[in-house]
Ligand binder design. Structure first.
Ligand SMILES: [Zn+2]
Length: 251
């Protein structure tokens, strides 16, 4: 059966002498794996098409349950070329596609997630929009879409509101208040302001959350909280390669 899909390239792998295996996130079928035969040969029309983060239209032969479908033709919808000029934005875009690749497994459509992905990449490619905020919006809404919405309103033990912030232990996703938390070396403290920002982002739709007033220390704690929370709920994200570069940027 011939199928058509609109998709974002998540990753590619060279295969044989001239072929590639491409993992995509598509609007129609969710995560999709295609083999593109001969695509690395100089004569191929699709040569150079499959760069991670690119937005494409693809036509492929599909066989239900095959795992690997066969690419037939494709064209570029959006290359998000604004990313290429900015190392920070390019790094964040790479984290986004790797995070999504490791968070979803099967070919199940999730159009809201596809919309979140394309909106985020196009906002990230726009130098007029702040990059870290755009990223946080993606990460928090990805968690929400996957059923892992962080609960940052109350202490997980005594249920008191976390107005003065909360702490997260080393192997936990929950936040505890100042009175309940037994401070350990690896606890992450997240201020009340940061928790308020997380709630604001989760409550907003359409990707708009710009220039949040957070100190460097608060930004760092937001990054640390997000990743510890994500590693806890989605184990396959622990070995993400793009995180090494991200850590150099945001510590
Ligand atoms: Zn408490």
């Amino acid at each position: 059966m011939i199928e058509k899909a609109e998709a974002i390239v998540l990753k590619t792998l060279n295969y044989g002498d001239t072929s590639k295996i491409i993992t995509l996130y598509s609007k129609e079928s969710g995560r999709l794996k295609l083999i593109a035969k001969g695509v690395r040969s100089p004569k191929s029309k699709a040569r150079g098409l499959f760069q991670p983060t690119r937005h494409l239209q693809v036509i492929y032969y599909s066989k239900p349950g095959a795992g690997l479908q066969i690419f037939k033709a494709g064209e570029l919808i959006n290359g998000f070329f604004g990313l290429g000029n900015d190392f920070d934005r390019l790094t964040l875009a790479q984290v986004i596609v790797e995070l999504l690749d490791r968070s979803v497994e099967d070919e199940a459509p999730h159009p809201e997630l596809f919309q979140l992905l394309t909106t985020t990449l196009s906002r990230l490619a726009d130098p007029g929009i702040t990059a870290a905020e755009t990223y946080w919006f993606f990460h928090l809404h990805l968690l929400r879409e996957l059923g892992f919405r962080p609960h940052v309103e109350h202490c997980s033990l005594c249920r008191n509101p976390l107005n003065d912030g909360g702490s997260q232990g080393i192997s936990s996703s929950h936040l505890e208040c100042v009175n309940c938390h037994q401070s350990g070396q690896d606890s992450i403290f997240v201020s009340g302001t940061v928790l308020q920002v997380i709630q604001t982002i989760l409550a907003s739709r359409g990707g708009r959350c710009e220039n949040l007033e957070l100190s460097v220390k608060e930004r760092r704690s937001l990054w640390a909280f997000l990743w510890r929370y994500t590693f806890y709920h989605i184990e396959s994200t622990r070995g993400m390669r793009s995180l090494k570069v991200l850590r150099q940027l945001y510590g």
